[in-house]
Ligand binder design. Structure first.
Ligand SMILES: NC(=O)c1ccc[n+]([C@@H]2O[C@H](COP(=O)([O-])OP(=O)(O)OC[C@H]3O[C@@H](n4cnc5c(N)ncnc54)[C@H](O)[C@@H]3O)[C@@H](O)[C@H]2O)c1
Length: 274
């Protein structure tokens, strides 16, 4: 067998039906286009109808398969309507990718109850109830892969992200529950926790006079990640190549949580290659 066919056998998503929330955003669109590029049938959902149209056009123009479903992850009727529609059209959901998420940067003491509820509902409660609506179909066929987008803030913390961080720690905790409860049905669940990725959600941080440099100093690679750099791990987790991987949280952060920029250190090789 050729290298190409071996790789295809391992990682191809050919014919797999993938439901993604938050698909029209920076990370969602990159993942959706990338997954369609390796054969997935993408069922993209988002509150942004306009964003879904743009994504759908891009995927179909490059020969991929895509369908769009307007879904508000905070509304259980909306969730059920979309899941029913995907099942009616394709008969299955092989992979669920929970991407939808928001943040509002405010000090702990400044957060109003309304903001707390909104971030909790979109980032955490949605993962619970979207997954509940989907997993029943995975249980019936004894297979499925669930991928939840966590965050650097599930583990480490920046100022002004208290509610966001709590939701993302919760997403990683829910991922463990999913893995433990549904392994018996052949269903795997994993989290992908991005570090600092440049998207519409974070552009303001990278443009900020002090926060951009603060972040660069804390990332060993000294740059934000590109949404496409989350694709490899996502394809792995969606594919059969990860058949024994479940309950894990994969950190993709350019060397941030490991320590970021090194402090000054002595080495005879310090300036090699310069
Ligand atoms: N960008 C980063 O650096 C970073 C880092 C770690 C984790 N994340 C996580 O990755 C995910 C995607 O982030 P992004 O940077 O692409 O943000 P983004 O703002 O570009 O995309 C978020 C998407 O979620 C959608 N959305 C918002 N509310 C919704 C709702 N009620 N129902 C359905 N969809 C809704 C938005 O319309 C948008 O398309 C989020 O969960 C975020 O927390 C991002």
């Amino acid at each position: 067998m050729s290298v190409e066919s071996n790789l295809k056998k391992l990682f191809s998503l050919e014919g797999k039906v993938v439901l993604m929330t938050g698909a029209a955003g920076g990370i969602g669109a990159a993942l959706s286009k990338g997954m369609a590029g390796v054969g997935a049938v993408m069922c993209n959902s988002d509150v942004s109808e306009k964003g879904l149209h743009v994504l759908d056009d891009e995927i179909t123009a490059s020969g991929g398969k895509s369908r769009s479903f307007v879904m508000d992850v905070t509304n259980r009727d909306s969730i059920q309507t979309v899941v029913d529609a995907v099942i009616a059209e394709f008969g299955t959901i092989d992979v669920l990718v929970n991407v939808a998420g928001i943040n509002k940067r405010e000090g702990f003491m400044d957060v109003k109850e309304e903001t707390y509820d909104r971030i909790m509902n979109i980032n955490l409660k949605s993962v619970f109830f979207v997954t509940q609506a989907v997993v029943v179909h995975m249980m019936k066929k004894h297979s499925g892969s669930i991928i939840n987008i966590g965050s650097h803030n599930a583990t480490a913390m920046l100022g002004g992200c208290s509610v966001y961080g709590a939701t993302k720690s919760g997403v990683v905790a829910l991922t463990r529950s999913m893995a433990v409860e549904w392994a018996e049905w052949g269903i795997r669940a994993n989290a992908v926790s991005p570090g600092h990725i440049l998207t519409p959600l974070t552009q303001v941080t990278w443009d900020h006079p002090t926060r951009g440099n603060y972040l660069r100093d804390r990332i060993a690679m000294r740059r934000p990640g590109n949404p496409d750099e989350l694709l490899g791990i996502t394809v792995l987790l969606a594919s059969d190549a990860s058949s024994y991987i479940s309950g894990a949280n994969f950190i993709v952060d350019g060397g941030c949580l490991c320590g970021g920029m090194p402090w000054d250190f002595d080495s005879a090789y310090r300036y090699i290659g310069e």
